[in-house]
Every structure is written in structure tokens, then in C-alpha cells.
Design a protein around this ligand. Structure first.
Ligand code: SF4
Ligand code: SF4
Length: 372
């Protein structure tokens, strides 16, 4: 499974499920968005495997993304889940910090887990390299490639001009002869990075700036793939504050369910059909909040994109107002057309919004000819 196949499905509701298997991690990256440590929490394995066991060939996500923390701290769980998913026709991707490449033989259980998934994505940046040398990461990736595994590298830098990005991507291309796709993004101000990133970047927009009176539609593709959070709660998107419940409380429209209480068909139905999520995907939270303001007592009081989603759209009456708004014939036409355009944008649309422009083309390295 090539990286662009996954990215091409990014805006399709319930095309994938992200599952966090643990918050624990043996590394301690300074930019870690999940603030992972070895003492962090993790859910029992049973509810996670039981949830994946509810996937059916006729009703399952196309892709399952296993992440953490470091999911390979639970290699048997990775293998069990990947096997269950494959039996239903779901392909799996695992994101790892490559701790197992630091030295010594790879434990057999970790090797089994790596063999069980369809795609291995390795994180690489200055913070990871301080703990796992680049040469060791390349050596481990070479072994996976030689075994026929699809791999990719997720590189992060401090900004588009960070010289590290040119250095590491050039090295990856030379080492692997352009066979390994690379996703290049900027460090996000979440988790441990939130404590220092704004001091490094001087171009941050002023906080609390007044919102413009009319906020344009700006679809949120992140509201397409549900995420299993560290405690088993299923939430609507991968915004780390939402996953962590740091928004104070989890707004009703962003809480999809729980792996111990709900099955995949229920989660899929809620993601696809919930009016507020449909509106957020098609129009974005700010446009939607403005459109709903009279009936939902929600308005333009929140300046930020996600801030508006977790506050204004959580107002009493917002869900009913969104339902009425989306039933209007004109809105339905617009929703259909925007959804079509966003889905047609595919991988390119995702890359344009969420990655560093100068390195966008690297995501397609090694893609099969005529692929998505
Ligand atoms: S490897 Fe990933 S989860 Fe672990 S500390 Fe680094 S960024 Fe966080
Ligand atoms: S707008 Fe809402 S659904 Fe989209 S990423 Fe932000 S919090 Fe999540």
C-alpha cells in the first residue's frame, strides 16, 4: 500500500480509522505532540481487538492507522489487530519512532508486528535523530524494503526553510534511489512542542485577533477519519486537543463513541451522517457557525478555526440548526459540489493544505505508474 493511496482517501468520511494503541513511548522527543513517556496511560488490549473484530467485509474502513505513543511497544496487539483488519479487507499502516533500530537485534515480536502490517511509516527529524541515528533508521528501512514491505518516511522541520529538510530528504532520495515516499510537514504546536514552538517561530498570528465579519467556507477534511483516543473514546478528528480532551470537555458533536460500547458500523454511521460533522467537512467550522448563529446561539465570537468548532458549534441547538441548514435544497447542492471537489482533490488536495510546498512531490516517490 503506497502512501498516496492513503492520502487520496483523506477526505472520504470513514475511509480510515486512526487507532492509538498506547500513549507510552521509550523515546522522549522534544516536539512530541502526545507528550508521551513510559509512564503514560494505555487501554487494555481486549476492547481494542474486540472493536476491530466488528469490521466486516461489507462494512469496514479501507485503512487502519496504528499509532501512539509507540505502537510497537505492544507488538502482539499490533499483529492481532492487523490480522483481524486484513481478514475483513482493511489494510493497515503503522507509524513508528523506530526505537527498535537503536541497536541490537530486533525482538522477534516486533519483527512479527512489522511483517503483519501493510505499510510502515517511520518518523524522522532532528529530535528523533538525537535518539536513533539516521543510519540505523535507514538500515532498518532497507531491511523492510528488501522484505517487500511498503514504507514511507514522515519528516518534520521547524519551517519551510529549515535546512534539515533539504538535508534529510536529499539523503533519503540518494540512499533509496527514489523508492521511498516522504511526507514533509512542519512541527505542530501541540504536546511538548506547544511549550517552546511559538518562541522559535516569530510569524505566529496574534492570538485573540478579531474575526472577520464574514468567514469563508474552508472545508475540514480532518473530520473525515475517526480517531480512537488513548482511553478508547472515539473522536471525530485528530486535533490533539480533541483527542486528549484538552478542550475542557469533549463537545458532543466530536464524541463519536467508545470502543467498549460501539461497533464499527455504528461509528461509521455517526461519522458519515451527523449533520454538524457533514457541515464541518463541507463548509468548515467558521462558515458553519456563522450560518447557524441565529438559531444555534453560535456566532463569530471565536477567532480560531478549531476554537470555533469546539466552542461555538457545541452551543445548545447547534445540532438541530445544522440539520435544518443541511436540509435546505441550496445547501444540499453546495454540500454535494464541495464534497465532490474536495474528494477529487485527492492526495494533492491534502498535500497542498498540510505539507511543505517545496517537498510536496516527494510523497509520490515510488508510486506505481497509473496509481491514484
Ligand atoms: S517517537 Fe513519537 S510518540 Fe515517541 S516521543 Fe517521539 S514523537 Fe512522541
Ligand atoms: S475543525 Fe473541528 S473537526 Fe476539524 S480538525 Fe478542528 S476540531 Fe477537528
Amino acid at each position: 500500500m503506497h502512501l498516496v493511496e492513503l492520502l487520496a482517501a483523506r477526505s472520504r468520511p470513514a475511509a480510515a480509522l486512526l487507532m492509538t494503541l498506547t500513549r507510552r513511548c521509550p523515546l522522549s522527543c522534544a516536539h512530541c505532540s502526545t507528550a508521551s513517556t513510559m509512564a503514560a496511560e494505555q487501554l487494555d488490549a481486549a476492547p481494542l481487538t474486540a472493536f476491530v473484530a466488528t469490521f466486516r467485509p461489507g462494512d469496514r474502513p479501507d485503512h487502519l492507522l496504528l499509532t501512539g505513543g509507540e505502537p510497537l511497544l505492544r507488538p502482539r496487539l499490533v499483529k492481532d489487530i492487523a490480522d483481524l483488519a486484513r481478514a475483513a479487507g482493511t489494510r493497515s499502516q503503522l507509524l513508528t519512532g523506530m526505537f527498535f533500530a537503536r541497536g541490537g537485534p530486533v525482538p522477534a515480536a516486533v519483527a512479527d508486528a512489522l511483517a503483519a502490517v501493510d505499510h510502515v511509516a517511520a518518523s524522522l527529524d532532528v529530535f528523533h535523530e538525537a535518539q536513533v541515528p539516521r543510519a540505523r533508521v535507514f538500515c532498518a528501512l532497507r531491511g523492510l524494503l528488501d522484505a517487500g514491505k511498503d514504507v514511507s518516511v514522515q519528516v518534520t522541520g521547524l519551517g519551510p526553510d529549515d535546512p534539515y529538510l533539504a538535508d534529510v530528504t536529499g539523503d533519503i532520495r540518494r540512499t533509496f534511489g527514489d523508492r521511498v515516499p516522504v511526507l514533509v510537514a512542519e512541527v505542530r504546536a501541540a504536546g511538548r512542542a506547544a511549550q517552546w514552538l511559538s518562541a522559535v517561530r516569530h510569524d505566529d498570528a496574534p492570538r485573540g485577533a478579531a474575526p472577520s465579519p464574514r468567514r469563508p467556507a474552508s472545508p475540514c477534511a480532518m473530520a473525515a477519519w475517526p480517531v480512537v483516543a488513548f482511553d478508547g473514546t472515539v473522536v471525530a478528528c485528530c486535533n490533539q486537543d480533541v483527542v486528549d480532551g484538552r478542550a475542557g470537555h469533549l463537545p458532543g458533536h466530536l464524541r463519536i463513541g467508545h470502543v467498549a460500547e460501539d461497533d464499527w458500523p455504528t461509528v461509521r454511521r455517526r461519522v458519515v451522517g451527523r449533520p454538524l460533522l457533514r457541515g464541518i467537512r463541507a463548509f468548515g467550522p467558521q462558515y458553519l457557525a456563522d450560518a447557524l448563529a441565529p438559531a444555534a446561539d453560535s456566532g463569530a465570537g471565536c477567532a480560531g478555526y478549531c476554537d470555533t468548532c469546539v466552542s461555538a458549534l457545541d452551543a445548545p441547538g447547534a445540532a438541530a440548526a445544522a440539520d435544518a441548514f443541511l436540509r435546505r435544497p441550496g445547501t444540499r447542492v453546495l454540500e454535494r459540489e464541495i464534497t465532490r471537489l474536495v474528494e477529487e482533490g485527492g492526495a494533492d488536495g491534502f498535500l497542498a493544505r498540510h505539507t511543505v510546498a517545496a517537498y510536496r512531490g516527494l510523497a509520490a516517490l515510488g508510486a506505481p505508474a497509473g496509481g491514484p
